[in-house]
Design a protein around this ligand. Structure first.
Ligand code: NBP
Length: 482
């Protein structure tokens, strides 16, 4: 039965009252928006009302019809349901009840190609579909996440002001902006997560190196806390210190020593790498961080390799303090490379999919609210805004600091390699740095080999055209294409 008193009263609605949806709805209500709420299973809506109903103006509904009727027009609905079939099922449930001009936002972690498909489908129905990447977890949803909405630009004027008000704020600026059409928002969120994987991998490598020279978890917690005061200032460095300081209640040992060393993943890092491969973007350090989790979670491989393989063990350093500072600089350099690779993937995807993405804006909305929030992002955003960058590595202040830190970075990679400490992130980031700056790559020999066994042809440095050497004949060169 529809309660007429609530028809057309809500400014915005949220579907999905699990962790993220309930916290986002509370955030909206806290900011003064009358918020309609709905969940497939009513018990969750009831729980939200029982526990938080007094925090603001909520309009709960038991049926989807009642929920849609409770919204002001054009209707603005944010879905916070499980990504995949649950999102399609929710869309199918809502769309027959919506009217031209209504706006449906998917705030879940959807794959951007699904968002592109859904946006096209809803556009055909004269409905606006926005795929909005949201980062910040439960706390972010409640207190202000970083939001990456993509979809029809015209609809942003109706939904943007609400999203910007509930998003995190960095020095008064919202961590939310329109990213681009169709799947652009979810693509940028996906790459955010890929960078997050790399950030965590580098932190893990830095800790392994500290451990290698005998630093205890408590000492490492102090070192990370100290690093968090400088250029590395970021949410992930801050919580690294907290995790390292935590003691296990049962054994009294540092918690980090009793956690099984097998890292899980939910798929967004893998998507980032798959898309980098599809686009031909070299995002090797992000890939290494995904593969490192895969190695950690391959018990059979590790067990057999541990039994079979030998290698050095233990780092020897003459100047401990100098080495710790080298690790700090190496960590900063590797982090810059991960951002460079991720932002390059966004730039190239923007061209490929016609999104016209403002890379500076992506860095700007990651400065607060999201998991990779870091002091460095303010500089990155300013550098992209001031310079027409193809790569972050050429930004004036970044290239100068990389040049100043690279001796430390090289020492760390060399020392770790000699000592048998795995640092796939640090070393792949350094190889990327050296590859992209190299005037000539080993690709010339690769092309020669490809031409030898497969007649794949090659181009020459000294004249235009496409050439092939008659490898199984007299080895003279023929021009295939002028
Ligand atoms: P979950 O991802 O656990 O999804 C649970 C919600 O989906 C419940 O409301 C559930 O309703 C609903 N649902 C399911 Br399952 N199947 C449905 C269906 N067929 N029809 C309608 N509703 C259905 O919730 P979450 O952890 O709050 O995350 C919500 C979204 O936000 C996800 O896409 C997630 O990837 C994304 N996200 C999460 C985080 C995070 O830190 N957790 C961060 C950023 C983004 P029910 O109660 O009736 O089962």
């Amino acid at each position: 039965m529809t309660d007429d008193s609530k028809v057309g009263t809500a400014d915005i609605g949220v579907v999905g009252m699990a962790v993220m949806g309930s916290n986002l709805a509370r955030n909206m209500a806290h900011k003064g928006f009358t918020t309609a709420i709905f969940n497939r299973t009513f018990a969750k809506t009831k729980d939200v009302m029982d526990e938080h109903g007094s925090e603001g103006d909520f309009v709960p509904s038991e049926t989807v019809e009642e929920f849609v009727a409770s919204l002001k027009k054009p209707r603005r609905i944010v879905m916070m349901v499980k990504a995949g079939p649950a999102t399609d099922a929710t869309i199918d449930q809502l769309t027959p009840l919506l009217e031209e001009g209504d706006i449906l936002v998917d705030g879940g972690n959807s794959f951007f190609q699904d968002t592109r498909r859904r946006e096209a489908k809803l556009r055909d129905m004269n409905l606006n579909f926005i795929g909005c990447g949201i980062s910040g977890g439960e706390t972010g949803a409640l207190e202000g996440p970083s939001m990456m909405p993509g979809g029809p630009k015209e609809s942003y004027e109706h939904i943007g002001p609400i999203l910007e008000k509930i998003s995190a704020q960095y020095e008064g600026e919202p961590c939310c902006t329109w990213i681009g059409t169709d799947g652009a928002g979810h693509f940028v969120k996906m790459v955010h997560n890929g960078i997050e994987y790399a950030d965590m991998q580098f932190i893990g490598e830095a800790y392994e190196l500290l451990k290698g020279i005998g630093v205890t978890p408590d000492e490492a917690a102090d070192i990370f806390a100290n690093w968090n005061e400088g250029d590395l200032d970021s949410f992930l460095i801050e919580i690294t210190s907290e995790v390292l300081r935590q003691k296990d209640a049962e054994t009294g040992k540092p918690l980090v020593d009793v956690i099984l060393d097998a890292a899980g993943m939910k798929g967004t890092g893998t998507w980032t790498v798959q898309e980098a491969l599809n686009l031909g973007v070299p995002a090797a350090s992000i890939a290494e961080s995904v593969f490192s989790r895969a190695v950690s979670s391959s018990p059979e491989l590790r067990e057999h390799a541990q039994a079979a393989l030998e290698g050095p063990n233990g780092i020897k350093v003459d100047d401990r303090e100098q080495f710790i500072d080298d690790i700090r600089r190496a960590l900063w350099c590797a982090k810059v490379v991960a951002y460079a690779q991720g932002l390059d993937e966004i730039r190239v995807a923007g061209q490929e999919y016609g999104w016209d993405i403002d890379v500076a804006a992506c860095a700007r909305i990651w400065r607060a609210g999201c998991i990779i929030r870091a002091k460095l992002l303010d500089r990155i955003s300013n550098e992209y805004a001031a310079n027409n960058l193809v790569t972050l590595l050429e930004a004036p202040s970044i290239k100068a600091e990389l040049a100043a830190c690279q001796d430390s970075w090289r020492r760390v990679v060399a020392r770790a390699t000699e000592a048998g400490v795995p640092i796939p992130g640090f070393s792949s980031a350094l190889s990327y740095y050296d590859m992209v700056r190299a005037p000539r790559l080993n690709a010339a020999l690769t092309q020669g080999l490809r031409d030898f066994f497969g007649s794949h042809t090659y181009k020459r440095v000294d004249k235009p055209g496409v050439f092939h050497t008659l490898w199984s004949g007299d080895r003279s060169e023929v021009e295939i294409e002028a």
